[in-house]
Design a protein. Sequence first.
Length: 388
Amino acid sequence: MLALYLALGAVFVLAENISAEAAASGSSGRTVKTSYSALEGWAEDDHRAALQSFLRFCKTPKAGFSNGPFRLSKSRVTALCQSATAVSTVDGQAARQFFETEFEPHLIEAKGFVTGYYEPELSASRVKTAEFSAPLLKAPDGLVRITSSNRPKNWPDNLSHGRKTSRGIVPLPDRGAIMDGALANEALDLVYLADPVEAFFVHVQGSARLKLVDGSVMRVGYAGKTGYPYSSVARILVQRGEGTPEQLTMEGLRRWFAKNPERRDELLAQNRSFIFFREVDIENPADGPIGAAGLPLVAGRSLAVDLDQITLGLPVFVQADLDDLVDLKQHGTGKLVIADDTGSAIKGAARGDLFIGSGLEAGKLAGEIRHPARMTVLVPKPLKARTK
């Protein structure tokens, strides 16, 4: 699923004496306070892994805690992180106690749904060749995100980005126009892949790890988009009667494209959203791709969420029955993850996209996750209540 699309700054704006209940009621998805004993799978989860994932936000506190209905004050973040860093990450009971002491669980009453996403690993070339001819593009000059301060008069509500020119901000071409060469004369090619379909899946995932023909490794990440709404090509095929959602997973889509090469471009153009990329420095090759918080994602512990509903950096307990997917049981029923990322396809109070990892096997597993879910956001207890 679509993720890795936003890089967010942080401003701590919530008053410290606002209760967890008051914060939770600000979400457009109604939440109800619950108990940890009511969370199936809570006691069996690896709270050490969840704590390690949470601690990334304490090392870089401005990466999160500032958006959505549960945003925190700077002093509350400081106190929370002081408690977190005092806990041993090798002591599972202590890690569990940290979450139970510092957070109140609030069940999101909206109908939940979880999918999976991954970071592709593909062969690529920095120069165009007969084998590598499908480009990933850099952002064009003048690309801007549309906000209330720069929105032109009569700008379409569903167009999130534009291009600043001498004539003002104008729309960018959509995917179909770009495929037809609308930006071909601007020297935007960043790197070349062998397969246009795999390039499309990189757009969907938002990042990739590339093995270049010279033996080096390159990581690419999100650098902007044309701004048109994302459309699922799988959903379009379902609407056309060419398969079911269960058949048209990522692997199912690959099979469809392989059987219908002459229809490839027409279908791809139906998703008008087009993503631009940048080269991302790789400090630690073992790290995951960079998420919306500007931090490396953690396989099995990072969740992409709707940032209007859940605040970056907060823990979320996801209950989804994945027992039908044998290879995914380790990600399965009852897992504490961290709201780490977002994406324009991730909309809804209880909508989540679980990061599975990098590479082909992770991609196969991620493509099979399409499951109903119950999501419980862990809301930090008020500072006054905590210190009593």
